[in-house]
Design a protein around this ligand. Structure first.
Ligand SMILES: [Zn+2]
Length: 105
């Protein structure tokens, strides 16, 4: 269980699914997974699943498609990913992803 810290700043890093396919995935604050959905039978990038920087809970951030709220720039693996709108979660964490770092406000 991750200790809740609404002031935590962490780098955004690609989530490596520890348990493998079908295994238990441990969510660590700041982990990010690209999110795709099928559109006309083809997988389409629609955003990211992130582990809340404050508590580790999984949040969906949509950067494309009908539920888009955030814009994105940069690249996850180059550690330059940024969102153009804030992220907030019930645990109290509120902040931004800027150039690969989750920064609380
Ligand atoms: Zn949280």
């Amino acid at each position: 269980m991750t200790k809740i810290d609404p002031r935590r700043s962490v780098p955004a890093r690609r989530d490596l699914v520890e348990g493998g396919l079908g295994g238990v995935n441990v969510l660590n604050p700041g982990e990010v997974r690209p999110l795709s959905e099928l559109a006309a039978g083809q997988p389409q990038h629609v955003g990211y699943l992130i582990s809340c920087p404050g508590c580790g809970a999984e949040l969906s951030i949509y950067t494309a498609g009908p539920r888009q709220f955030h814009g994105e720039s940069g690249d996850l693996d180059a550690r330059t990913l940024s969102f153009d709108a804030p992220i907030t979660h019930d645990c109290g964490w509120a902040g931004h992803l800027h150039l690969g770092i989750f920064v609380p406000v």
